[in-house]
Design a protein around this ligand. Structure first.
Ligand code: CU
Length: 69
């Protein structure tokens, strides 16, 4: 199991939080997602044999948000 907290930029309301949460939950291997608006963060628990951090970041960016590292 892997776990990561990514800093997210571009979320402005609870709708953003909800849509990002659902998008992340559709990724195979992701078992737990917690997205917060303030601070803008996504805490993700995932199976490292099924997905990886780059895929998570790409999914977030495709959903219209920025990942800051
Ligand atoms: Cu929003």
């Amino acid at each position: 199991m892997g776990q990561i907290t990514l800093k997210i930029e571009g979320m402005t309301c609870d709708g953003c939080v909800n849509s990002l949460t659902s998008v992340l939950q559709t990724i195979p291997g992701v078992s737990q997602v917690q997205v917060t608006l303030e601070p803008g963060e996504a805490n993700i628990v995932f199976d490292a044999t099924q997905t990886h951090i780059e895929a998570l970041q790409q999914t977030i960016q495709r959903a219209g948000f920025d990942v800051i590292n």
